[in-house]
Write a protein that binds this ligand. Structure first.
Ligand SMILES: NC(=O)C1=CN([C@@H]2O[C@H](COP(=O)(O)OP(=O)(O)OC[C@H]3O[C@@H](n4cnc5c(N)ncnc54)[C@H](OP(=O)(O)O)[C@@H]3O)[C@@H](O)[C@H]2O)[C@@H](O)CC1
Ligand SMILES: Nc1ncnc2c1ncn2[C@@H]1O[C@H](COP(=O)(O)OP(=O)(O)O)[C@@H](O)[C@H]1O
Ligand SMILES: [K+]
Length: 500
């Protein structure tokens, strides 16, 4: 699904009205009804008291329409119009008149003293500003947003938290508990630094014209299940272990050999036919005892890798997990990169070694996948001033070296020289030791099975996140560990295959 800018959203809005021959009011009705349906499912008790703050644009129009729907179905509703200017949008003015005629309690707010006691209400709905925000919030809107944030009330924002900029850093906005956004994912809703404003984000369909969305020129995508599902390769009836890919995992050092075990096990559980672990001597017994399905090759180093040398012919290699940064290991990585021709995933210390030897990055073949967490990324591309700057720096880095960078975290970003894919699966349960090692194993396995590098990254990150999504009820997220990801890879495949 494409992630669009506010300007593109306006275009899709206008094109939907034109191509489907509906009025703008009808589109507002669709959006408000979709919000209302979401709301009544979550707050089915009609004694819930609702305070709605509406602006004078179409976001405010939605707020008023929602007020009418809630009032009609028996909820106790009060509306405060935050009149930051006296020129209402046509559809907002229409709904204002209708709401008044329907005897909904409405007040206009021009100064702070008029703001009601927000804490008295069970839920606040925020419809002050939407995607039309064009400058910093000041005046009465600023005061109201300040009061909402101080109140500690449960706040649901319509489309976007009021005050959130879609294309640049936000410093002041409604701090929503939930944001219910209309159909098109907006980049700003999924950036770590905006989580304070957005709370939990839900995307709801409002019937915008799909053709108009697909015509919009965007190279940022929000990954969807249906798209990932189509990428999964079918199994061949005559497959044998030699035809479905051989993954090699290179890593480990004394005390960190578990990382290679996790990555290797994840690789095999993702479906490649063979896995070999390349480890220092101290790791070989560890993996052979813990994971008999894997083969192992011993490096000549006792405690760390000192010379990467093997005769097997793997289809993909994942390197770096638990590897450490001993000088001999660094040289071993350098020599390996000079000679390697096999599709490659680099993680953890592999990335750290490259960060401290920047000219080695040029040794990487096009479409090599790097999987940094935020700390590793900042060493690799340099620091950033905000999330937009982080994305821009990573994009330029990916373009310069022709690489695929998997920026790990909630809503992991997969950035190559042309596109950005934002992952939509996963929960904080994944913030656990070894979770990244498992991801390296999954992506390496997909590469070994013949998926192209960008699909390997997209599918791998998606499956990894799905394992946490499934288990929120069966495993409390606090006690979810990396092995639980591995155990649920099969369930993730089942789920993806179900919708094909
Ligand atoms: N996606 C869709 O297809 C659909 C979208 N819909 C809804 O429409 C919403 C977008 O509506 P919108 O364009 O009317 O913008 P919105 O944010 O309500 O207000 C803009 C007004 O605020 C003003 N203004 C801006 N910044 C300001 C500031 N700092 N301080 C003071 N004023 C400021 C600005 O004035 P101007 O910049 O022109 O001076 C303008 O008057 C969208 O979020 C969704 O809820 C659905 O109804 C239907 C389907
Ligand atoms: N809050 C979160 N929501 C979704 N995914 C997360 C969250 N926190 C971490 N993850 C995922 O968990 C993995 C953690 O990787 P990493 O930090 O390298 O772990 P480790 O070094 O312990 O293996 C990444 O894939 C990341 O995207
Ligand atoms: K809003």
């Amino acid at each position: 699904m494409k992630i669009l800018t506010s300007q593109q959203i306006r275009y899709v809005d206008a094109e939907t009205i034109k191509r489907e021959a509906i009025s703008s009011l009808e589109l507002m009705k669709r959006a408000s009804t979709a919000f209302y349906n979401w709301f009544i499912e979550k707050y089915s008790n009609k004694s819930t008291s609702v305070l709605i703050f509406s602006g004078v644009g179409n976001n405010g129009g939605d707020g008023l329409f929602i007020a009418r729907l809630l009032h009609k179905s028996g909820y106790s509703v009060k509306v405060c119009i935050v009149e930051y200017k006296n020129q209402y949008s046509e559809d907002c003015a229409h709904n204002f008149r209708r709401a008044k005629a329907e005897n909904i309690s409405i007040i206009k707010i021009y100064n702070e003293d008029q703001i009601p006691d927000i804490c008295k209400y069970d839920v606040v709905i925020d419809g002050i500003f939407g995607t039309g925000l064009s400058r910093d919030v000041t005046g009465i809107a600023e005061s109201v947003i300040g009061k909402i944030n101080e109140s500690g009330a449960k706040v649901i924002s319509i489309d976007v938290p009021s005050g959130l900029f879609l294309e640049r850093k936000t410093t002041f906005a409604v701090k929503a508990t939930e944001t219910v956004t209309f159909q098109i994912p907006k980049l700003a809703l999924f950036l770590p630094e905006n989580n304070l404003f957005t709370g939990n984000v839900t995307i709801i369909d409002i019937g915008l014209n799909e053709q108009a969305i697909s015509e919009s020129d965007s190279n940022i995508y929000f990954t969807e299940k249906s798209e990932i599902s189509k990428l999964i390769k079918p199994l061949n009836l005559f497959a044998h272990k030699g035809t479905v890919g051989h993954a090699l995992i290179v890593g480990g050092s004394l005390g960190k050999c578990g990382s290679v075990c996790l990555a290797s096990r994840a690789a095999l559980k993702t479906g490649c036919g063979l896995v070999t672990a390349y480890m220092p001597k101290c790791g070989v017994q560890v993996i052979q005892i813990n994971f008999p399905e894997a083969m192992a090759i011993e490096d000549r180093g006792e405690r760390y890798i000192s010379n990467i040398d093997f005769e097997i012919k793997p289809d993909a290699i994942g390197i770096g997990v638990g590897m450490g940064q001993n000088e001999e290991t660094k040289k071993a990585l350098h020599d390996f990169l000079i000679n390697n021709k096999v599709p490659l995933v680099i993680d953890a210390d592999g990335i750290n070694i490259l960060s401290s030897n920047h000219n080695w990055i040029e040794l990487l073949k096009p479409d090599t996948i790097l999987t940094p967490h935020p700390g590793e990324l900042s060493r690799l591309v340099g620091g950033w001033s905000d999330d937009y700057d982080k994305i821009q720096k990573t994009r330029l880095f990916a373009q310069k070296y022709n690489l695929i960078i998997v920026v790990k975290g909630a809503y992991t970003l997969i950035i190559d020289s042309e596109n950005i894919y934002m992952n939509s699966t996963g929960t904080p349960a994944l913030a656990t030791a070894g979770s990244g090692d498992v991801l390296t194993g999954i992506i390496t396995s997909l590469l070994a099975q013949g998926y192209n590098p960008i699909d390997s990254a997209k599918v791998g990150v998606y499956i990894h996140g799905m394992t946490a999504d499934f288990t929120t009820k069966s495993i409390n997220p606090r006690s979810f560990v990396a092995s639980d990801i591995i155990e649920n890879i099969g369930n993730a495949y089942n789920n993806l295959e179900k919708i094909r």
